[in-house]
Design a protein around this ligand. Structure first.
Ligand code: AMP
Ligand code: MG
Length: 347
């Protein structure tokens, strides 16, 4: 009798365990997202994909991001950008279509921001070394020496031959303010080709919300409180198929002599921007636009920044200034939900 009871109990346990494994597998395939974190382009990237082909799509996207880093990083000797920089003052060098496209796009943002965004800022960025192990406040004479070489108008482009050069020796370009946006757009295209309908692409704060969440709702994106720890939001927006890119004072900085020095440099002074904007978020269809613009308008100051973004079609912005005021452009006003009473939403 006892033996029969024990057998029944064992059979029941096996059935229950099998059922739960099956349920878990089903959930894993159809309901659970596939998520991967990795390091590239100087930041942590998180790709979250809903749907069956998630893992394959993420693998391909990761390879793509790594290849963009290989071509465009100033920290890799063999990158195309490093070759252009070493060759400054010499002949134009042929580069990939991708590198050419990003540099050409970047120059448009340099023009649009009247030189607040300037990819020839690299010699100054290198001097400060913000975020590296040799970060320091440079002497004024060092800044003056390098500032002479900062001028995006000296980037030479030959469209026919996909070639790029720099007019004078010692000039250097830096695509750190725009490459992540380009990478986010490329990841989105890979996901579209793989028929992925829903994904969250987060390249170190450079977010693209693709499609809707599984429950049919738009993605909710938190706008980081620039005066607090990561994960503490001042507000939330709901978006579908939009890029949300923030340039913030909290991304990379160091403190010296009781002062805080953050990584976005004002090309007029050679010092970290003191525009009073401490966070600039751009909402756009293309992430390359959001990335180039967010870095540029951060430096422009609130009035010029608002005017520039209001003049552009299909682009919205959220700015936070150091006095804890939040300004949003008209197209995103109804969408922005303030969730921190310490901040004041400007009318
Ligand atoms: P982001 O995080 O997109 O705002 O870009 C910041 C990065 O862009 C910095 O870490 C620098 O590599 C680069 N950068 C800093 N200042 C400028 C500037 N005025 N124009 C273009 N790129 C800049
Ligand atoms: Mg940027």
């Amino acid at each position: 009798m006892n033996a029969i009871l024990i057998t029944i109990v064992i059979v029941l346990i096996v059935v229950i365990v099998n059922m739960s494994v099956l349920t878990f597998r089903k959930g894993n395939n159809e309901k659970q997202p596939y998520e991967k974190k990795f390091y590239s382009l100087g930041t942590i990237m998180t790709l979250t994909v809903y749907g069956k082909k998630g893992e394959k799509a993420v693998e391909e996207a990761e390879k793509k991001i790594m290849s963009i880093d290989d071509e465009m990083s100033v920290f890799k000797d063999y990158s195309q950008v490093s070759r252009i920089n070493r060759n400054a003052g010499g002949k134009l060098l042929p580069v990939s279509e991708e590198t050419y496209f990003v540099i050409k796009k970047a120059i448009q943002f340099c023009r649009m921001s009247k030189g607040a965004f300037d990819i020839t800022i690299r010699p100054i960025v290198g001097l400060w070394g913000i975020g590296s192990d040799h970060q320091r406040v440079p002497r004024q004479s060092e800044i003056d020496d390098k500032l002479k070489f900062v001028n995006y108008k000296d980037v030479l482009l030959d469209e026919k031959n996909n070639s790029v050069g720099l007019k004078y020796k010692n000039q250097e370009i830096d695509l750190g303010g725009i490459a992540k946006g380009y990478a986010a757009d490329q990841v989105k295209n890979i996901f579209l080709n793989k028929h992925i309908k829903s994904a969250l692409i987060n390249l170190g704060g450079n977010v693209f919300a693709m499609g809707k969440k599984l429950n049919g709702q738009p993605f909710k994106i938190g706008i980081q409180n620039p005066l607090s720890e990561r994960g503490d939001f001042v507000g939330i927006i709901s978006v579908m198929n939009k890029s949300v890119v923030t340039s913030g004072n909290y991304e990379r900085y160091f403190k010296a002599d009781g002062k805080r020095f953050q990584h976005i440099i004002d090309p007029r002074t050679g010092y970290p921007s003191e525009s009073k904007i401490i966070s600039a978020t751009i909402i756009s269809d293309l992430s390359i636009d959001g990335d180039g613009l967010s870095t540029g308008v951060y430096i422009l100051g609130i009035n010029k920044a608002l005017n520039l973004i209001q003049s552009l079609n299909g682009i919205e912005a959220i700015f936070i200034t150091e006095d804890k005021k939040i300004s949003v452009t008209s197209g995103i006003k109804d969408n922005f939900q303030l969730c921190n009473e310490e901040f004041i939403l400007e009318e």
